[in-house]
Design a protein around this ligand. Structure first.
Ligand SMILES: [Zn+2]
Ligand SMILES: [Zn+2]
Length: 189
């Protein structure tokens, strides 16, 4: 069994958190880490006590849903609520943070952002991160490490396709099967 890296572990946690999102427009998860320990996590959702976008529909103003607090801010506010220091911490977030979140992250003292997907990467936000000396790095999730059976499944399907190929199944059909298998086992953006 291959051991999962810290990057993959924390990004997996953010990916799971994103599944708790209550906004239909984009599901984002963020995990704050200090010394390889999770100190807080958040997903994008309504303020406590308010209705959820998934129940009532998004509250859209100027093309943005204004109901939700972004995952990154929720995670930082969790630290504020419980008195946990964010200075020098790192954040793992599923999508590149928006301008407001980048400003909040800078101000919280977080030193590094790991993100899985590019998302409208704001040039001014990047400028601010650089000025503040906050590093950012793309860490894509390697799902093969999460579903420990995935490799076995992939090899099994590959061997089945190979058998079909040697038994004279139509070339076009084989091509389609291979394409389908590739789609199932790769996770592009
Ligand atoms: Zn919404
Ligand atoms: Zn944001």
């Amino acid at each position: 069994m291959e051991r999962i890296s810290w990057d993959q572990y924390f990004m997996s946690q953010s990916t799971l958190l994103a599944l708790r999102s209550t906004c239909e427009r984009l599901a984002v998860g963020a995990t704050i880490v200090r010394d390889k320990r999770v100190i807080a996590g958040g997903y994008n959702g309504s303020p406590s006590g308010s209705v959820h976008c998934i129940d009532e529909g998004c509250k859209v103003v100027d093309g943005h849903c204004v109901r939700t607090i972004h995952a990154e801010v929720n995670a930082i506010l969790q630290c504020a609520k419980f008195g946990v220091e964010t200075e020098g911490a790192e954040m793992y977030v599923t999508h590149f943070p928006c301008l407001n979140c980048c400003k909040t992250i800078i101000q919280s003292g977080i030193q590094k952002i790991f993100y899985a997907h590019d998302y409208k990467n704001n040039p001014y936000a990047i400028e601010l991160l650089n000025e503040a000396g906050v590093q950012f790095e793309k860490v894509e999730l390697d799902y093969l490490h999460i579903d420990t059976n995935t490799k076995d499944k992939l090899y099994f399907i590959a061997s089945l396709i190979e058998k079909l190929e040697t038994n004279g199944v139509d070339e076009e059909e084989i091509k389609e099967l291979k394409l389908k298998a590739n789609q199932l086992f790769t996770f592009a953006d």
